[in-house]
Write a protein that binds this ligand. Structure first.
Ligand SMILES: [Zn+2]
Length: 300
């Protein structure tokens, strides 16, 4: 009786253990030496064949592309200041496209698609509430190499005490960080309002406050042709173009964007993000300081 129950319990233990070993694919360790060897070399052959064909298909399908770094660092001299444009070197025709009030379904996606086709990186000043509702879009912006800035939670114009201003900016910073993993030091005040308390909070907290030099006035929805003309009329090297991907119907913005890009490209402009624009200015300042103002006379 005792032996039987011992055998039974041994069986009860052995069956699940064998099944477990089998299911883990390590059953072959129980095989005899030669079988084990054959199986292993067969397995190795299959693996290396798979690797070779994978390598080949990768070589055919994927060209190596250097990753484009997302520059979110802002030169120190722009922290706590308000900037509308920069003065690049004459030959440096750089311009920054900026989109406010998103992310918004449909329009943000359409704009991202155009930017991708044109290989352009832009800057999105996001409303915290929109990031909260559409975190995937904010994530996509960053994933595709664009820069995100803070545009407050509610997009209020009213006067704000420091507590309200803090909430507006900090809650948005948190939403952006949670959606994208990015901590932005760029801020644009809604309506460009610099005197209602919110920009003061941003400056005190070391944000670079960014305005614009080129207003598309797309928020008025004046017609696609007018949005295009507004941007082109005010376009200048070192400029920042104000457009909107959220906050209302942005069909005109989406339709105007390819025309704006085509024209500016034709004029020889290259498109940069706001941090890149600021870095160009900072670099120029350094060069101006270091380089002597007169080249030595070469004797002619
Ligand atoms: Zn806005």
């Amino acid at each position: 009786m005792a032996n039987r129950s011992l055998l039974l319990s041994a069986g009860i233990i052995f069956i699940p253990v064998a099944a477990l070993l089998g299911s883990l694919g390590i059953g072959h360790i129980l095989l005899k030496g030669t079988d084990k060897h054959q199986i292993q070399s067969k397995y190795t052959a299959v693996l290396s064949a798979q690797a070779a064909s994978k390598k080949q298909s990768l070589a055919l399908e994927v060209k190596p592309v250097a990753p484009t770094p997302v520059i979110f660092s802002v030169p120190e001299e722009f922290r706590g200041t308000v900037t509308s444009q920069i003065q690049p070197r004459v030959e440096d025709k750089v311009i920054a496209l900026t989109f406010d009030d998103g992310p918004a379904p449909k329009y943000t996606q359409q704009i991202l698609e155009i930017l991708k086709q044109e290989n352009i990186k832009a800057t999105f000043f996001c409303v915290g509430e929109m990031v909260h509702y559409f975190p995937q879009l904010a994530k996509q912006e960053v994933a595709e190499g664009h820069v995100i800035g803070n545009h407050t939670w509610h997009h209020w114009l009213q006067k704000m005490n420091s507590q309200v201003a803090a909430n507006e900016i900090e809650s948005t910073a948190t939403a952006i960080f949670e959606a994208t993993g990015v901590k932005t030091s760029l801020f644009r005040p809604p309506y460009g309002a610099l005197n209602n308390g919110v920009a003061d909070y941003a400056k005190k907290n070391n944000y670079a406050v960014l305005m614009w030099s080129d207003d598309s006035q797309d928020y008025r929805r004046p017609s696609v042709a007018r949005v295009v003309n507004n941007v082109l009329r005010e376009a200048k090297p070192g400029g920042m173009v104000l457009m909107h991907d959220g906050g209302g119907n942005r069909t005109q913005t989406v339709a105007a964007l390819p025309k704006i890009i085509a024209n500016l490209k034709q004029q020889g402009y290259r498109f940069v993000t706001v941090p890149q624009l600021l870095a160009i200015q900072a670099q120029k300042a350094t060069l101006t300081t270091v380089t002597p103002s007169h080249q030595p006379n070469q004797g002619t």
